[in-house]
Design a protein around this ligand. Structure first.
Ligand code: GLN
Length: 186
């Protein structure tokens, strides 16, 4: 399998290393010509979603990637990647409320950025993931999935009763960082 790792910002080196341990071939997607290469899956790393979104736009990567994702390209998304994919963003600040996601907006979930506050901004826990127990889970200024808007969304893991990883069509998305802790199958 060939995995194109989005490498405009954030933890893309860790994402690449993870996919190599899974036996995949990886390459970095940094510029438009990189999209001419053949790949079976797009990996979207953690980082800062606003920065990643802006860079994707500036680099001209946003529209072609959006078309590929809409066309069914499998995606493995972590944290900021999940935020970029989400259909809706819940923002408790200001007047508070839910607005459409500014970016790819395909995954039928609502996310709240930096949902665990300053105290619990980053933490580790252990939980069940997709039928496997005792999976270590690292959360780094993680978003929370506050709502799911399609019965097709499958919840793969939860923390305190809220979903922390989901699968929908070809997309698997995490609020935590699977690439930092273990070998596992997507
Ligand atoms: N807090 C980041 C954001 O809002 C996400 C953090 C992460 O990717 N680990 O984009």
């Amino acid at each position: 399998m060939k995995v194109g790792v989005l490498a405009v910002q954030g933890a893309f080196a860790e994402m690449k290393a993870f996919w190599r341990t899974q036996g995949a071939e990886t390459f970095e997607i940094r510029q438009l010509p990189d999209l001419e290469r053949d790949f079976d899956m797009l990996a979207m790393p953690g980082g800062e979603s606003t920065v990643q979104g802006k860079l994707l736009n500036d680099l001209g990567l946003f529209a072609p990637l959006k078309a590929r994702i809409a066309g069914g390209l499998p995606v493995f998304a972590v944290c900021a990647g999940l935020i970029l994919l989400a259909e809706k963003i819940y923002d408790p600040g200001g007047r508070g409320g839910t607005r459409p996601g500014k970016w790819f907006g395909v995954l039928p979930v609502t996310v709240r950025r930096n949902a665990y506050g300053r105290q619990l901004g980053s933490f580790k826990t252990v939980g069940a993931f997709d039928g496997t127990t005792n999976v270590p889970m690292t959360f780094i200024r993680a978003p929370a999935i506050t709502a799911i808007s399609s019965p097709e969304v499958e919840v793969l893991s939860e923390f305190n009763g809220a979903p922390t990883a989901v699968r929908w069509r070809g997309i698997t998305a995490f609020t935590w960082h699977p690439e930092l802790n273990q070998r596992m199958r997507a």
